[in-house]
Design a protein around this ligand. Sequence first.
Ligand SMILES: [Mg+2]
Length: 118
Amino acid sequence: MPTTLAELTDRLIAFRDARDWRRFHSLKNLVLSASIESAELLELTQWQDDDEVEARIDEPEFRARLAEECADVLLYLLLIAERAGFELDAAAMDKIEINERKYPVEKARGNARKYTEL
Ligand SMILES: [Mg+2]
């Protein structure tokens, strides 16, 4: 059975509260932490061109590190959502719908232009 974001959040909050870390989790600190973890994700591809990074997808160690850093980012995003009182899955769904309106298929298909340039 797939894990929902709500289940992940519940487990994460239990992990945090068991360690009495809520006191460190101001909204500002959580936003900073999400950005720091995003930078760790970037670091995995630093100094490599597109082809080098694509070739590493089949390396189990690289894929494991990629998964770990993506998970770190997701966990901080879940903490931000919990702290600020919104549902991240609903926000993501809303954002996809916004992007579908901004980037209609007939105008956006096959190009990478920003919606203001379509
Ligand atoms: Mg990390």
